[in-house]
Design a protein around this ligand. Structure first.
Ligand SMILES: Cc1cc2nc3c(=O)[nH]c(=O)nc-3n(C[C@H](O)[C@H](O)[C@H](O)COP(=O)(O)OP(=O)(O)OC[C@H]3O[C@@H](n4cnc5c(N)ncnc54)[C@H](O)[C@@H]3O)c2cc1C
Length: 485
């Protein structure tokens, strides 16, 4: 143990004692077993934390921040830990304290007439939605996981119904944030006005901050009346180029009823069949190259959405854009869609393969060409990359918003270097099409190299300037990821 290590150890011990005094013995987790679930991300390798602090309320949280600033302890913020780019778990240094927000979970105010809710950051999406259901309201940002509200604000979650209801940037009307300074300054802007051009709005700076623009403690969110009826179908387009025409016909012909337009590839559906036999298989004879999940919903329970769906489907079949259409119950359709990630991971494990995911976007008019190009690049056996002939691509995603998740499976022998070079190669294809390397999952350590490559220096400088406003001592985020400039 060097003199520096010894000083650090004493400093860390003092910091832990101070944190314990703030959150109490039961809510400062230091032993390996208790920390484990907070260190393991949804995807990727586990990190290692000095401790996990679980403050009960905003004042305890501010106490944690004061200790961190006084002792120079780096922090990583965590909500429900469903993030997919490794940003909500500690890195491998063992120096960070994970601040878990889950105990800040109160609904502070629900204004039914205004259709707004002020909710604390640790509240999970599903239980908030259940509470809203009692008033026939919903949080329409919906996805196959139940993240925390703070995590959703920090990552600007899009979800499966963004096409109709927008992302968290669109739904957030205000935030309350703790700044990482000696006073743990609390900035509160929860007035929830839809119209207010009289000042700068805190949430305009904070949404999408990736855990580096202060700690969100509460948010004011615009909610919606719940639809009274929903209909879903699985459509088989005649080819990748027909997909956007199908979308256009549904947007023009459904009178605002279209609420989701998701596309799934045959490889992705094949993973579900292989790994999750309990999930209903709509195509027992083999999945078509592409399947579109379309959802129509409406407040008017008497509206014949199924009839509308069949009529639009018949028109599209007559014009040669659709080969088949199956009306299936919403639960069946969404179970299938939301099981794709899990099935991919299970399949890879069973076959002894590695898997990694990319989350890209492009203008939706360019998405069919982008997907075709990505498939060509992945299957090109003459590219000279080490993984030639071994890569398998399954994709699915929110095509209505121009987003696609790419899951790449490869043999267990693939190295981190192999993965980085494939990631870089595919991100270059996306950039050439004018797209983004991170559609909705944020930056985090997984996308840091692409951030530094594809985001111009002036934008990274601007990001660093904003981060410094909320985190002047640079204590938030991964130590090993370094600054984002
Ligand atoms: C099965 C599955 C499906 C998904 N589908 C979608 C999808 O369709 N669309 C989509 O957009 N995402 C999707 N995601 C990604 C994920 O759910 C979102 O990124 C989510 O919003 C993260 O919220 P969380 O509470 O889990 O945050 P965490 O994973 O805990 O953290 C994520 C980031 O937010 C930061 N953070 C957390 N809480 C706070 C806070 N209070 N203040 C400041 N920063 C904070 C963390 O530091 C980290 O940078 C999916 C994930 C899974 C597992």
């Amino acid at each position: 143990v060097t003199a520096t290590d010894a000083v650090e150890q004493v400093g860390a011990r003092e910091a832990l004692d101070a944190l314990r005094a703030v959150v109490g013995d039961d809510h400062l987790l230091t032993d390996t077993a208790a920390r484990a679930t907070f260190e393991q991300p949804w995807r990727g390798a586990a990190g290692s934390a000095l401790a996990v602090a679980r403050p009960a309320d905003v004042e305890e949280l501010r106490g944690v921040v004061r200790v961190a600033v006084a002792h120079g302890i780096p922090l990583v913020l965590q909500g429900a830990n469903t993030g997919l780019v490794g940003a909500g778990v500690p890195d491998g240094t063992g120096r960070q304290v994970v601040v878990s927000l889950t105990r800040l979970d109160r609904i502070r105010e629900l204004d039914v007439v205004d259709r707004t809710v002020v909710v604390e950051a640790g509240r999970d999406r599903e239980s908030l939605d259940q509470a809203l259901a009692e008033y026939d309201l919903e949080l329409p940002v919906d996805l196959g996981a139940s993240p925390s509200i703070g995590g959703m604000v920090a990552t600007n979650t899009g979800g499966a119904r963004m096409l109709r209801h927008g992302d968290m940037r669109r739904r957030t009307l205000g935030v309350e944030v703790v700044v990482i300074d000696a006073d743990a300054t609390l900035l509160s802007d929860l007035g929830a006005l839809r119209k207010d051009n009289g000042r700068l709005h805190l949430h305009d700076l904070v949404v999408g901050g990736d855990g580096r623009r202060g700690i969100v403690t509460a948010a004011a969110i615009e909610v919606e009346l719940r639809p009274a009826t929903r209909t879903t179908a699985l459509l088989v387009p005649s080819g990748v180029d027909a997909v956007m025409h199908v979308l256009d016909v549904f947007e023009r012909g459904s009178g605002h009823a279209l609420s989701a337009f998701e596309v799934m590839s045959d490889t992705a559906l094949g993973w579900v069949r292989a790994a999750l036999p309990a999930v209903a298989d709509p195509f027992p004879a083999g999945a078509p190259a592409l399947t579109v999940l379309v959802e129509l919903s409406d407040r008017d329970a008497s509206r014949d959405l199924e009839g509308l769906l069949l009529r639009l489907g018949s028109e599209l079949a007559a014009s040669g854009h659709l080969l088949d259409a199956l009306v299936v119950p919403p639960r069946t359709a969404w179970t299938l869609r939301h099981s794709l990630s899990e099935a991919a991971a299970l399949c890879a494990r069973a076959r002894g393969r590695r898997i990694f995911a990319l989350d890209v976007s492009v203008r939706r008019s360019r998405l069919p060409a982008l997907i075709a190009e990505l498939e060509r690049v992945v299957s090109d056996d003459t590219s000279g990359r080490d993984l030639d002939g071994d890569l398998e691509l399954g994709h699915f995603g929110h095509w209505g918003d121009g987003g696609a998740h790419l899951l790449l499976s490869m043999s267990a022998g693939a190295t981190e270097h192999d993965i980085s070079s494939v990631r870089r190669e595919l991100h270059e294809v996306v950039a050439a099409a004018g797209g983004s390397f991170s559609a909705e999952h944020g930056i985090g350590p997984h996308n840091l190299a692409s951030y530094l490559t594809f985001v111009p220096a002036w934008q990274r400088d601007l990001e660093s300037t904003v981060q410094r406003l909320f985190d002047p001592c640079a204590l938030l985020g991964h130590v090993s990821a370094g600054p984002t400039t």
